[in-house]
Design a protein around this ligand. Structure first.
Ligand code: TYD
Ligand code: MG
Length: 478
């Protein structure tokens, strides 16, 4: 404690600070440099000494090293709460929107998703976007740390994506302490860790990827982010079995949780925010994976519609429903084909056979549809399994559309369960489903009559069509 307190200052706005920050918390532009007691720049050798102490403070520590602080102490130099790092271009705007309007300095963001969905691609693009956006006479680097791929592999990918910035640093490492030591002198504008399952802390037992490693590493990165105001992005794999060491363990530690989704045979990728301490959740970004990385989709409503450009191309037997999976809602496309004069055969794919049977029977009996002597083919596009009764109405609408050879308008979605009497019933998370299709650009939505008022009160431009039963639906849509 004999050591004099080290002071810091911004080289742009000149604010004095008691701690080092990656980006000036006051003006958001300047670089924070170490200053002597008279606020002159100190000789750089002492920087190394400080770094070590800083690195130690981000590692897991016992109680005692931190003390309670007053509000004033905590808030000192922290009046940057509204300031966010902007992202440029269409791609950047789409990512920004999902994040709630840009990247919050010092935030810890988890990006989860199935292996191969495009997480590394997304983060490499975000890195390049931040790096390119930095002031050219004050270049602030972005560091992309990968424990998954060699830096040559990443550079190769960057090359294919035509990323040329000089401000992007690649580093291959899995040792958190080593990562802190190496990147601190670079004072980056953002740090990416690909992936949280590959990094480890020396003092925590177990190999990388186990629960305690994943949790402790995330906590250390959180301290680093808060302490330096450098935003940190973590990539986390989710396995099909909902792996315990996967990102779900981390959701309560981090500030923001984004999930990236995509179907195996589709080039569309959805980026969804399921937790956000700085903005609303339920934000959805829509991208298309191209040969040059991810491109923002300007008009997402088109993504589920086959050849929607010309009237004559509109397909019959196609209806949009909405599924909820965990905390996430997404639109699905149901296809039906009724072929008259054939056997009564049913070919069902992606829908429970008994459920399909029930819907067909109710359509016949309660809505008077002449489905007998029709072979009926049902399919949920992209190989999704429709496991919820919320999709009943979309299945019924698809069957009606095929039987009546009437293409459904391509801005219309269907939400609701069908009862044995042909009545439409409310399903859980109605609001979430309506919001999901609204975000995708759909303009009208058929819902059970009893949910009409509530859904119409939601903050969307969606036109809500409340229907009591199947007959009602057929009259108002066909
Ligand atoms: P990747 O980002 O490695 O996925 P993750 O990190 O989630 O495991 O990318 C996965 C797929 O994306 C890979 O199969 C190749 C494809 N891809 C493209 O189609 N275009 C591109 O420009 C890039 C970089 C990848
Ligand atoms: Mg990857």
């Amino acid at each position: 404690s004999g050591k004099a307190k080290i002071l810091y200052g911004c080289d742009n706005c000149g604010i004095e600070l008691s701690q080092w920050w990656g980006v000036c918390p006051k003006c958001g532009v300047g670089t924070v440099v170490e200053r002597g007691p008279d606020m002159s720049d100190v000789n750089p050798k002492r920087g190394a000494e400080v770094s070590e102490a800083a690195v130690r403070s981000w590692l897991p520590h016992k109680a005692g090293s931190a003390v309670p602080k007053t509000l004033a102490e905590v808030n000192m130099g922290r009046d940057q709460t509204d300031w966010r790092i902007p992202l440029a271009g269409l791609f950047g705007m789409e990512v920004s929107r999902v994040l709630g309007g840009g990247i919050v300095p010092g935030s810890l963001v988890l990006v989860g998703g199935d292996p191969g969905v495009g997480k590394s691609t997304l983060l490499l693009q975000i890195s390049a976007n931040i790096a390119e956006g930095s002031d050219s006479d004050k270049p602030s680097p972005v560091v992309y740390v990968s424990g998954e791929e060699s830096i040559e592999q990443i550079a190769n990918r960057a090359d294919r994506m035509c990323i040329t910035t000089d401000n992007l640093y690649l580093y291959s490492s899995t040792d958190i302490e080593d990562i802190f030591e190496k990147i601190q002198p670079l004072r980056p504008r953002a740090l990416i860790i690909d992936s949280i399952q590959t990094v480890y802390l020396r003092e925590v037992t177990g190999s990388a990827g186990n629960v305690s490693q994943v949790r402790e590493c995330t906590s250390a990165l959180l301290r680093f982010a808060k302490d330096t105001s450098i935003p940190v992005f973590l990539i986390g794999h989710v396995t099909k079995s909902g792996d315990i060491a996967g990102p779900r363990v981390l959701e309560h530690i981090v500030d923001v949780v984004l999930y990236m989704e995509g179907e195996r045979y589709s080039s569309y990728r959805l980026l969804r925010s399921v937790k956000n301490r700085f903005g609303s959740t339920d934000e959805l970004g829509v991208f298309e994976m191209s040969g040059m990385g991810l491109q923002a989709v300007a008009n997402p409503s088109e993504m589920f519609l086959t050849d929607s450009n010309t009237e004559s191309d509109v397909l019959t037997g196609l209806a949009i429903g909405v599924m909820v999976d965990g905390s996430r809602a997404f639109a699905i496309e149901v296809q039906a084909l009724c072929v008259a004069g054939r056997s009564n055969a049913r070919h069902v794919n992606g829908i429970q056979e008994s459920r399909a049977d029930l819907i067909i029977s109710v359509l016949q009996k309660q809505a008077g549809l002449k489905l007998q002597d029709n072979a009926i083919f049902l399919n949920v596009v992209s190989g999704i399994k429709l496991s919820e009764t919320a999709g009943d109405l979309a299945v019924a609408a698809a069957i009606c559309s095929s039987l009546l050879e009437f293409p459904l308008p391509n801005d219309l979605a269907f939400i609701g369960e069908i009862g044995l009497g042909g009545e439409l019933r409310v399903v859980p998370r109605m609001d979430k489903r309506v919001m999901a299709v609204a975000q995708l650009g759909y303009k009208r939505c058929v819902v059970p009559k009893s949910a009409e008022k509530l859904m119409a009160a939601l903050d969307t431009d969606m036109i809500i069509l409340g229907c009591k039963n199947l007959k009602d639906m057929i009259y108002s849509v066909f």
